[in-house]
Design a protein around this ligand. Structure first.
Ligand code: P6P
Length: 332
């Protein structure tokens, strides 16, 4: 990394990269909310905020108290930003109008992996910024392919609070200086290795996988003794942001395929506010992100909370996995 850029603030980065001031202002408001969220998370056991609410989200998942609180923190921060036209969130059934004059539609997973809160594990905020479509309903404005995103990022709340972001010309990592409450540049031009020997999947779902995908995993587990002829390591954190951050940091492949469980025929993860922003970030690191047949960024959503399979990370491994999935001849 160019030492003259190290520890430059996010605002200095916006100026250096000539980012549209309206777009940069939206991201700055998102980051202000994320600093508030980081502070809230750090005190949540003290303030009794780690439990579950009595509500469920559109996907039928029980909402944690912090899911709802983080969603509100983001809404309150963006409510007054005249550049924001529409706001959508995993934690809200419907997208909402914010400011009629706004140029941007913003979608969030406010607290990805929130079940990790109970074990003090890493969680994150994922965001996607699209050009607002004119005279469309709030929901319609989000039914654009991920390739239309103007900006995508996540903030991971771990030992350090870090922002990973792309405006479509490279991926950058900023780290929160907690005392100054500013994000400073700590990595630029992030590149994900083309090959990997590390995969990320919830093995408990193995009995529900399609046979071709199961065969792919079997051959990873066979290691040097099998057709892949090398040993693989496995990690699964339960929070997509944490597992993807591992891929961004050192390579790997993150896998959440479709499976035979009820409601999982298109996988578990949501396209608009989870898979699309992650896919744009990875694409800008020289990595790949597919559903089980196409680039995730090429899919035009038909519903706000639409799910998608995710096969994402080191490009050579992603394509190897896709070859297994599309090879009807494999026997498990
Ligand atoms: P499972 C968290 O609920 C999430 O949406 C992702 O962050 C994570 O990768 C996945 O679900 C974990 O799913 O089935 O392993 O609990």
């Amino acid at each position: 990394m160019n030492d003259s850029n190290r520890n430059k603030t996010f605002s200095q980065f916006l100026l250096r990269k000539s980012i549209d001031p309206g777009l940069g202002g939206v991201v700055n408001d998102i980051l202000s909310a994320c600093i508030d969220i980081a502070n809230t998370l750090s005190k949540s056991p003290i303030e009794g905020l780690t439990g579950s609410s009595d509500k469920s989200n559109s996907s039928g998942e029980t909402q944690k108290t912090l899911d709802l609180l983080c969603n509100q923190i983001l809404r309150d921060q963006l409510r007054h930003n005249q550049s924001v036209k529409h706001f959508a969130s995993e934690e809200q059934n419907n997208a909402i109008n914010v400011n009629e004059s706004g140029a941007f539609s913003v979608a969030f997973d406010p607290l990805d992996g929130s079940t990790n809160i109970d074990i003090n594990g890493s969680v994150g905020t994922i965001f996607s910024i699209l050009p607002a479509l004119s005279s469309s309903s709030p929901e319609e404005s989000f039914l654009q392919p991920g390739s239309n995103q103007l900006c995508a990022g996540y903030v991971i709340y771990g030992p350090a609070t870090q922002l990973v972001i792309t405006f479509g010309k490279g991926t950058y990592i900023f780290t929160l200086d907690v005392e100054k409450e500013v994000f400073v540049l700590t990595e630029e031009g992030v590149r994900v290795p083309y090959e990997t020997s590390e995969f990320s999947i919830n093995m408990a779902n193995a009995r529900s996988w399609n046979k071709e995908f199961g065969n792919y995993i079997d051959h990873l587990l066979d290691g040097k003794c099998g057709p892949r002829q090398k040993n693989y390591n496995m990690r699964w954190s339960g929070a997509m942001v944490a597992d993807i951050h591992r891929v961004v940091s050192r390579g790997g492949i993150f896998l959440y395929p479709s499976d035979k469980r009820k409601g999982m025929q298109s996988g578990k993860l949501r396209l608009i506010y989870e898979a699309n922003p992650i896919a744009l970030i990875l694409y800008n690191c020289g990595a790949s992100a597919f559903n089980e047949s196409n680039s995730i960024l090429s899919v035009t959503p038909s519903r706000l909370h639409q799910r998608t399979p995710v096969i994402a990370g080191s490009t050579k491994e992603v394509y190897t996995c896709l070859n297994y999935i599309q090879d009807e001849s494999t026997e498990r």
